[in-house]
Design a protein around this ligand. Structure first.
Ligand code: FAD
Length: 391
């Protein structure tokens, strides 16, 4: 009997790949290996409804408990892969066990970026990536009076919204001159800054951090300006880093993420990769890109499965993403990097509008605020535009 297809990383991309293999009538064994003790689950609610206590744990799971037996997907949780051998087609777990494969898919995701800060290891300092982080933070939040968030990206700002809804003091410390700067135009940052300010969040923009202060546990954050922000809970929300060390140690090409082609193939034969851990060539945007989104994990996981089965596959999506803060939903279609002008549709003052990003006459991206119709139309418009350009 042939060796199984082995998937390392039991997250959003890994489970989508396993599911696709079965839907495509792949008959041999599938082994899905995850380091966390949880079966595959969705992460977005961890900084939103689950953190607020509005969603139960079982609703986080991407598949019902009986799915794995029924679909004959052998799920191994709590097992970390320590090394892969591309030549011998074998991997080694941290406990020394080995496993052979016919094809290997790496869906190892990202980890939260850590900052080399004095006081970063104090009790009361957290990052947020997995269920266990949210559980720990949830407990600490019950006792906390004031919270400092280092980083004004999506996770930081969603966390700020939840903490304010619990009535705690919140300061967001952001080194850039505006929040969400990495992905949106000033108009969108400005809308969300006003929104958070109106809910009582203090924004410290253009501010560095000297250190986290405290004896045994966090008591505050000292800013580069010397100001002390009191906080008994500190969230470091400084972005995410692709988990690439297995690939790197095996001599597979890595450049920020694991480098794959449009068929999700790495530089090693029979080894594929998908999801947050990859960078891939986008014809649409004319460069290699890496995405951290449910859309990418799911769609690239599916593409990798088809590619492993030998189907002709070109993965070149219209990226999309969302973020929920208070009662506002931001939905992003496309990538705005490189835009030279924007066009506002609707009225920010009314809380419902869209911002369209162009390079010349080419529509690159649309950010829709409480406007799902504009978002759905933008996804179609960007896809059709590219189809027309390619024709
Ligand atoms: P993951 O889901 O991270 O899965 C990777 C898995 O691989 C992990 O379980 C990891 O433990 C495991 N692993 C790594 N190395 C090994 C090893 N050596 N051995 C065994 N297992 C290993 N996206 C959106 O589109 N919208 C949102 O609103 C949104 N909100 C988010 C909120 C939070 C708090 C977070 C953390 C993420 C959010 N995202 C959001 C991003 C989205 O969840 C990710 O893009 C998606 O989960 C990526 O899926 P993945 O399968 O690539 O990686």
């Amino acid at each position: 009997m042939s060796e199984p297809i082995v998937i390392v990383g039991a997250g959003q991309a890994g489970i989508k790949a396993a599911e696709t293999l079965r839907l495509k009538s792949y008959e041999s064994d599938i082994l899905l290996i995850g380091e966390e003790k949880w079966p595959p689950y969705q992460r977005p609610p961890l900084s939103k409804a689950y953190l607020k206590g509005e969603l139960s744990e079982d609703r986080l799971l991407l598949k019902a408990a009986d799915y794995y037996d029924k679909a004959r997907v052998a799920l191994t949780t709590g097992s970390r892969v320590a090394a892969i051998d591309p030549v011998g087609h074998q991997l080694t777990f941290t406990d020394g066990r080995t496993q052979s494969w016919s094809k290997l898919l790496l869906t190892t995701g990202t980890r939260a970026r850590t900052l080399p800060l004095t006081g970063g290891d104090l009790e009361g300092v957290f990052s947020l990536r997995g269920i266990d982080d949210t559980k720990r933070i949830g407990l600490a939040l019950e006792a906390a009076q004031s919270v400092a968030i280092i980083g004004g990206g999506y996770i930081g700002m969603e966390f700020a919204a939840v903490v304010r809804s619990l009535g705690k003091q919140v300061t967001v410390i952001e080194a850039q001159d505006r929040i969400l700067k990495r992905s949106v135009a000033p108009e969108i940052s400005s809308f969300f800054q006003d929104l958070h300010a109106s809910h009582g969040v203090r924004l410290a923009l253009g501010e560095g951090v000297n250190r986290i202060v405290g004896a045994d546990r966090a008591e505050g954050v000292e800013l580069a300006s010397g100001e002390m922000v009191a906080a008994d809970l500190v969230l470091v929300a400084a972005g995410a880093v692709p988990v690439t060390e297995l690939a790197e140690a095996a001599g597979i090409a890595v450049e920020r993420g694991i480098v794959v082609d449009e068929a999700c193939r790495t530089s090693a034969p029979d080894i594929f990769a998908a999801g947050d851990c990859t960078v891939f060539p986008s014809r649409r945007y004319g460069r290699r890109i890496g995405l951290e989104s449910v859309q990418n994990a799911s769609d690239q996981g599916k593409a990798a499965a088809l590619s492993m089965l030998g189907e002709q596959t070109i993965y070149d999506p219209v990226p999309w993403f969302w973020s929920d803060q208070y009662d506002v939903k931001l939905q992003i279609a496309g990538l705005s990097a490189g835009y030279d002008r924007t066009e506002l549709v609707g009225e920010p003052g009314e809380g419902r509008f869209a911002l369209r990003y162009f390079a010349g006459d080419t529509l690159l991206a649309v950010d829709a605020v409480n406007d799902p119709r504009s978002h759905m139309m933008a996804r179609k418009e960007i896809a059709v535009r590219d189809h027309a350009l390619a024709a």
